[in-house]
Structure formats: C-alpha cells, structure tokens
Design a protein around this ligand. Structure first.
Ligand code: NAD
Ligand code: IPM
Ligand code: MN
Length: 351
C-alpha cells in the first residue's frame, strides 16, 4: 500500500461522518485502486476521559513523520469543559506539525443551496486561507485572581513577520497556480495597530504578483461584503480567528457546514484534512449529520497524496448526489447520514 491514512474520528458526529467517508474510500479503492491503508486512532474525548491522555507527544511526532495524511472527524465534548483534549489534539497537530495553511474552499454546487436571493453558482468561487499557527490561538497569556471580582485574563495575539508572510505568499502563489485574478486580505488594522504588519506584508508580497489584483478589507466590512457581493471575492487571506469566523460564514453561503471540507497544510509536510464543522452534539446518534464535508475532505486528501483521479471521482459523486437532490435535512434532503454515504459510494462504484 503506497499511502497510509491516519484517521482520528474523534467526538460527537465525528465517527458517524468519518464512517461514511471510509465507506466511500472502500468504493474508490475497488474502482481506482489508490492504495490507501487506513489506521484508526483513538484520540478524542472518550479516550481522554478514560485514560487522562489527550495525545502522547511521541504519537504527534509519528504523525508528522510516518503517515501520508491525516483525516479528522471532529473534536469537542461537553464532558471536557475546557476543551483541553481538542486543544492538544486538533490545535496540537496544527501547531506542532506547523500546518500553517488552513485551506477552506467554499464552492456552490447547486443554485438552490445558497440562502442569498438571486445568486447562482457563478457568484461563488471562494477560497479562504486562514493562518493556522499564530494569532489569538497561541495561548500566550494567563489568568490572575480567578474566580474573584478582580479576575484578570490576558490572551495575547501573536503575529510574526515569518508567519504573516508565509500565509500571504501561499495565498498569492495558490491564486496564480489556479488562474485566479484577485486576492483579498481581511484584518483590523484600524483598531489593532499590530495588524499594520499584515497590511505591509500584503503590499510587499502582493506587488511581486503583478498579474493578481489585491485589495484589503477591515474584517467587519469583509463579513458584510461577503454576504452582499460574494462574487467580488476569489481568494481571501486572513489571520487565525478571523479565518475561523469567515470560513463558517463562507460555508453557509454555499450550503453550510455539512458540506464544507478543509485541509491543514505545510507544503512538503503531512497534511491534515477535516470537515470545517464540529462535533454537533444535538445531531449525535440520530443518523442526520451530513457526511459530505467529511467525504469532500477525503476527496481533498486523495488529490493531496497524488491520487487525483480518485479524488475527482469522489468529488464528482458528491456533486451528482447534490444535483439529484440526495442529501441530509441540512441541505434540504430527506435521507440519513448512512443512506447518503451509501448513495455516494454506489455512485463511485458505478460511475
Ligand atoms: P458545530 O460545527 O458542531 O455545529 C454548528 C451548527 O452546524 C449546528 O447547528 C450543527 O447542528 C450544524 N452542523 C455541524 N455539522 C453538521 C453536519 N455534518 N451536518 C449537519 N449539520 C451540521 O459547532 P458548535 O456547535 O459550535 O460546536 C460543537 C462542538 O464542536 C464544540 O465542542 C466545539 O468546540 C467543537 N468544534 C470542533 C471543530 C473541529 O473539530 N474542527 C470545529 C468546530 C467546533
Ligand atoms: C475549527 C474549530 C476550531 C478552531 C476549534 C474547535 C478550536 O472551530 O476548526 O474551525 O477554532 O480552529
Ligand atoms: Mn471553526
């Protein structure tokens, strides 16, 4: 087997949607033979509550060194109120494996999936590049006098020249490689002086790409314009927290979290793929979670490990399902999680 896929199904609906993705992987193996060996890993809330272990440090190193790709379902469980396991496992992979590019595409597969009046598939072709290793997520700071009226908490936002430059450079390089003509950067430089770094680096790096137009928005206006004129945007690059928010917003413009996949990359290193959505506690065990985000993440994984035909077949099957009105209730369908997975797997086998 040329590829090893480490799978962390995780919490909540994670195992349900990943189960369907692996069903689709079986189908694609039968037809296209990409040769992906799956290794299921136990890391998640259940394991943490039983053992006190989130993810061992040597396991993190192994993931960075010895597997072809990683697929994650979701992490988040109310029995772990401070979310420490998700921070160690999910943010742990992003930070420790230095996966600085959080790639979150938002494409409209069918006109009826957008909630925006009068917009059609031609109006949406978005790629959000979220900086994935810095910003407000670094846990630099602390707390003092916790639980007293004088409680103080501080969370510092980290922006390094290196970190800002590499994500901006990645966005421009990706835009050029994919025939895009515009890159938009979102920040809050009018209120947060430190974001001046983002503006300067965006100008500097962007000026090397004379074939690509660049513009900037403050994050508040960006959120509004993304809804008002989604067709004005192609590639969006932004920091960690703003990217988290904008990627959920972008997803709902094209059908929602149920169909939004993502990749966490560092070119040349292992890539971690995951749905943008979380563990969706209210949906657990009801066979209603949409597995398409996980299945599309699988498609990105196949493409990422060099199995483009397999990846394309999986994406095509999801598109076919959506066109045929096959789906879970979140996208207006009437089927359950497993039936949607079955349909897509069958389509892959028969297409
Ligand atoms: P969520 O993404 O789990 O749910 C947000 C909304 O989207 C809910 O209405 C949910 O029902 C819906 N939704 C999500 N996935 C869906 C799917 N596959 N099909 C249909 N509907 C879907 O976000 P939340 O409720 O804010 O968070 C729940 C838990 O998940 C928290 O513990 C949070 O920290 C965690 N979380 C994890 C990740 C991740 O693992 N990458 C991402 C986001 C949230
Ligand atoms: C995401 C999630 C995570 C994030 C949470 C669970 C820490 O919302 O992947 O978008 O904020 O990055
Ligand atoms: Mn998020």
């Amino acid at each position: 087997m040329p590829h090893t896929l480490a799978v962390i199904a995780g919490d909540g609906i994670g195992p349900e949607v990943v189960g369907e993705a692996l069903k689709v992987l079986d189908a694609v193996e039968a037809v296209h033979h990409p040769g992906v060996a799956v290794e299921q890993l136990p890391w998640g809330a259940e394991h943490y509550l039983k053992t006190g272990i989130t993810i061992p440090p040597e396991e993190m190193q192994r993931l960075g060194r010895d597997v072809s790709a990683i697929l994650v379902g979701a992490l988040g469980d109310s029995r772990v109120p401070d979310n420490v396991h998700a921070r160690d496992i999910l943010l742990g992979m992003r930070f420790q494996l230095d996966l600085y590019v959080n790639e979150r595409p938002a494409r409209l597969f069918d006109d009826r999936l957008t909630p925006l009046k009068g917009k059609t598939v031609r109006d949406f072709d978005l790629m959000v590049f979220r900086e994935n290793t810095e910003g407000l997520y670094v846990s630099v700071g602390g707390a003092f006098k916790v639980g007293t009226p004088d409680e103080i908490t501080i969370a510092e936002e980290l922006n390094t020249r290196k970190g800002v430059e590499r994500i901006i450079r990645h966005a421009f390089a990706w835009a050029r490689a994919h025939g895009k003509t515009r890159v938009t950067m979102a920040d809050k430089a009018n209120a947060i002086a430190a974001h001046g770094l983002w503006r300067r680096v965006f100008e500097e790096v962007g000026s090397e790409y004379t074939d690509i137009k660049r513009d900037t928005r403050y994050i508040d206006a960006m959120a509004m314009d993304l809804v008002r004129t989604p067709e004005a945007f192609q590639v969006i690059v932004t920091g960690n927290l703003f990217g988290d928010i904008l990627s959920d917003l972008a997803s709902i413009l094209v059908g929602g979290l149920g169909i939004a996949p993502s990749a966490n990359r560092h070119p040349g290193k292992v890539t971690m793929y995951e749905p943008v959505h979380g563990s969706a506690p209210p949906l657990v065990g009801k066979d209603i979670a949409n597995p398409m985000a996980a299945i599309l993440s699988l498609a990105m994984m196949l493409e990422g490990v060099g199995e483009a035909a397999s990846g394309a077949a999986v994406e095509q099957a999801v598109r076919a399902a959506i066109t045929a009105g096959v789906g879970t209730p979140d996208i207006g369908g009437t089927l359950g999680t497993r039936a949607v997975g079955d349909w897509i797997a069958k389509h892959v086998r028969e297409a």
